[in-house]
Design a binder for this molecule. Structure first.
Ligand SMILES: CC(C)(COP(=O)(O)OP(=O)(O)OC[C@H]1O[C@@H](n2cnc3c(N)ncnc32)[C@H](O)[C@@H]1OP(=O)(O)O)[C@@H](O)C(=O)NCCC(=O)NCCS
Length: 176
């Protein structure tokens, strides 16, 4: 199993991969997540080196993206958003997610970013050190409230990385 940046020729494949995996959760048909991934790739916040896949015996079994994310329209060169995160259905719960996210977090830290925000299940993300974002003064916009406050989380990539970064998480720039 190895992690690497995606190749451009794999964009469509990973968009379908994400759709299939999210559909399998039973919470969505996956079309929203597929469209979201396409949008991330079109925006100036996208960092090609942080669009990562896990390959095993030549097959993609995991994928995630870390893209720049403004907090109250600032700090986009310091903060990343982790989304979407997908592990191939037959490979779930075997440590692929844990492996790839630890690698991604290390890469982000080594690249000098200060923190990562993620919206998702806190029972999963806590193991990587993510904490409720409001502990850092980072909160969801009224325009995109998560199911509860716990679902929006943040991780500092260095000591006090988020100390001077606070404000709103607003996805409006992805609404067009
Ligand atoms: C969530 C996901 C990325 C985790 O990757 P994974 O490779 O399956 O997970 P790992 O093997 O690294 O970790 C497994 C652990 O996470 C837990 N876990 C897996 N998915 C979880 C979820 N959605 N919520 C809470 N815990 C979860 C498992 O119970 C297991 O816990 P344990 O180690 O205590 O037994 C993957 O299951 C997936 O792609 N799910 C569908 C898409 C999705 O929900 N993406 C995340 C959106 S925020």
């Amino acid at each position: 199993m190895k992690i690497r940046a995606i190749h451009k020729g794999e964009f469509e494949y990973t968009e379908s991969f994400v759709r299939k995996i999210f559909k399998n959760t039973g919470h969505t048909d996956g079309e929203y997540e597929k469209a979201w991934l396409k949008k991330i790739r079109e925006k100036p916040f996208y960092i090609p080196e942080f669009d990562l896949v896990v390959e095993d015996e030549g097959k993609i079994i995991g994928h995630f993206v870390l893209s720049k994310f403004p907090i109250s329209q600032k700090h986009e060169d310091e903060v990343l958003m982790l989304s979407p995160v997908s592990v191939a259905i037959p490979n779930q719960r075997q440590g692929v997610g844990e492996y790839m996210l630890r690698e991604g977090i290390q890469l982000a830290a080594d690249s000098g970013f200060k923190g990562i925000v993620v919206e998702g299940d806190f029972r999963y993300y806590r193991r990587f050190g993510f904490r409720t974002s409001t502990e850092f003064g980072i909160h969801a916009s009224q325009k995109n409230l998560p199911p509860s406050e716990d679902y929006l989380m943040a991780l500092e990539l260095c000591e006090n990385g988020l100390k001077n970064i606070s404000g709103e998480v607003d996805y409006s720039m992805y609404n067009d």
